[in-house]
Design a protein around this ligand. Structure first.
Ligand code: ADP
Length: 374
């Protein structure tokens, strides 16, 4: 049978061209055919492996147990893996173990039973998932910092007025008391002076907090915007948020190199993408178009356009202000954080009606060459 398998031209053409790694074994586990893709995946020539036990390609403990699995199947017909497929590990020629997706089928050739395994290397996928987790953790961190920053800024803003009013009242009370010369009045004046000091202290605390948050955690370096966008798409849509959304991207090569804090810009993109998918929840045609463009003033412009219902008029004017939201459970912080981040990069963010029906958010970032040249 070994002979037949290797010489059948039709079979040979399949084994040479099938994109997945494919291995055919007989019922005792000996390799009858080994596809071209499998040669590349495992680092063996098929000639070296034909006739060998397939357990060579397995790490322990499967390596020692595989003969037993086949024997049990021959005796009991009880299939544990055949026809089902599963995620397991395989072993390359250099001894490295890697994750695979394995599906096995069974056939009868000239009265003998053969098993065909299709193998997909999951290394890349596992790495993508790992990277996605790292990115998610970074993003969550920046989101927390940004939210704290936005909260501190708005608290500072809100508290400034009452603090200024307190200062005025304290001044006025001191002036009124100044006209009275008794010792009680002098005690009260002292207390009022202390009160004024405390107001100044409260103002300082708020200012320091704002400074601290504004200066922390930015690292602007050369980044490829296409890559940053692709990762942001994976992050924003990873948990199924983008189901049913047709996404298209168009990158301008001339706009690729930017000077940016990658994680912060991903935060902006994730916010915009999430808003876009949420806005299209009840829209029949769900489309997001992402585009980059090199502008005349040496900036890179990024556009995230959706086919949603557009902005509600009451929100449109105060779009980038904190706590403006139309969502029942929204915080209204997303766009104000985007604004703060883009601003800190020396860019601009704005919204326009989108050519595909909904809203298009645009933002700009400095290009890398700009900084280099200047
Ligand atoms: P949140 O998402 O918590 O409401 P944001 O600051 O991200 O906070 O958004 C503020 C508001 O802007 C949203 O509540 C929504 O009304 C509006 N908005 C943002 N993006 C879009 C969009 N792509 N389409 C329509 N409305 C949007």
């Amino acid at each position: 049978m070994k002979h037949r398998f290797r010489d059948d031209i039709y079979f040979r053409s399949i084994i040479d061209t099938v994109p997945d790694a494919m291995i055919v074994i007989d019922e005792t586990g000996h390799i009858l055919a080994f596809s071209h893709a499998a040669e590349k995946m495992f680092g063996y020539d098929s000639d070296e492996l034909i006739g060998e036990n397939v357990n060579t390609l397995m790490p322990s403990p499967d390596r020692e147990r595989h003969d037993g699995y086949l024997e049990r199947y021959r005796e009991t017909g009880e299939a544990r893996i055949i026809g089902k497929g599963r995620v397991t590990s395989a072993r390359r020629r250099d001894g490295v173990t890697f994750p695979i997706d394995l599906s096995i089928g069974e056939a009868e050739v000239e009265g003998a039973r053969v098993f065909t395994g299709f193998i997909r290397d999951l290394t890349e996928r596992a790495e993508t998932t790992k990277r996605l987790h790292v990115l998610q953790a970074e993003l969550a961190h920046v989101a927390r910092i940004s939210q704290m920053g936005t909260l501190a800024t708005s608290i500072a803003h809100e508290l400034n007025q009452p603090l200024a009013a307190i200062t005025n009242y304290v001044d006025a009370a001191s002036s009124l008391l100044a006209q009275r010369g008794d010792s009680e009045a002098s005690n009260v004046r002292q207390a009022l002076a202390l009160c004024a000091d405390e107001v100044i202290r409260a103002g300082d605390i708020i200012r320091h907090l704002r400074e601290f948050i504004r200066h922390g955690e930015t690292e602007r370096v050369h980044a490829r915007i296409g890559h940053v966008i692709e990762e942001a798409i994976a992050l924003a849509l990873a948990d199924g948020a983008g189901t049913g959304v047709a996404l298209s991207v168009r990158f301008d090569e001339a706009a690729e190199d930017v000077l940016a804090d990658r994680v912060q810009i991903q935060q902006v993109l994730v916010n915009l993408l999430r808003n876009a998918t949420e806005a299209m929840a009840d829209t029949r045609s769900k489309t997001i178009e992402i585009m980059t463009r090199a502008t005349d003033d040496q900036m890179t412009e990024v556009v995230v356009a959706d086919s949603g219902p557009g902005l509600e008029p009451r929100i449109a004017r105060r779009l980038f202000q904190p706590f403006e939201t139309t969502k029942p459970s929204g915080m209204g912080l997303g766009l104000s954080i985007c604004h703060t981040i883009v601003d800190a990069h020396g860019g601009r963010i704005w919204a326009e009606p989108s050519p595909i029906g909904g809203t298009a958010f645009h933002f700009t970032l400095p290009r890398f060459e700009t900084q280099e040249g200047s």
